[in-house]
Ligand binder design. Sequence first.
Ligand SMILES: O=P(O)(O)OC[C@H]1O[C@H](OP(=O)(O)OP(=O)(O)O)[C@H](O)[C@@H]1O
Ligand code: HPA
Length: 192
Amino acid sequence: MSEHESTHHDSLTFMRELMDNADCLITQSQVERALDRMAEAITDKLGDKLPVFYCVMNGGLITTGHLLTRLGFPLEVDYLHATRYRGGIRGGELFWRVSPEVPMAGRHVVIVDDILDEGATLAAILAYCRAAGAASISTAVLVDKRHERKAAPDLKADYCGLEVEDRYVFGFGMDYKGYWRNAPGIFAPKGM
Ligand SMILES: O=P(O)(O)OC[C@H]1O[C@H](OP(=O)(O)OP(=O)(O)O)[C@H](O)[C@@H]1O
Ligand code: HPA
């Protein structure tokens, strides 16, 4: 076996075992119900505002897709890519990979992400939206992680689906070292 094949095999085995042994914290049907509730609340507030939704790549991809198909009103979609984990499991400096294209000035902006953890990502994106002159800014996250390490003590999303305990989680957009964003629920590696 070449070195490349052996590394590939080890990673495949590791990632399969990670999933097989993971604790399921939130099932797919709980996620679906949370998305229904978020969609209803967003529709009440923004249904007649012609808002622009910005997906925070990569983690926000799955939540954005599932949320948007529940919204029966006219809206625009764009994305931005800001990352502070960069494939690891600890946050660092925020790195802007891609800035949004649709101008925010005078628009009702909705930022959609998978998780509010320490909140540094969301805080920086909010500052960006304010500087860009958005008429209003709302934030929607699928999960908020319960702990006392938030970037600001009152940092909350306007629309939040669920809370998770203070463990590193993956699934429904969230990765474990780049993998398992596709897991259909929210999971935590055993023992972490
Ligand atoms: O609240 P924070 O502690 O700032 O963490 C939350 C952010 O971290 C993750 O992104 P990440 O930097 O891992 O990039 P990714 O979306 O490409 O995985 C997640 O998608 C959020 O955007
Ligand atoms: O717990 C997490 N899982 C995946 N991505 C994350 N980004 C911040 N926290 C997390």
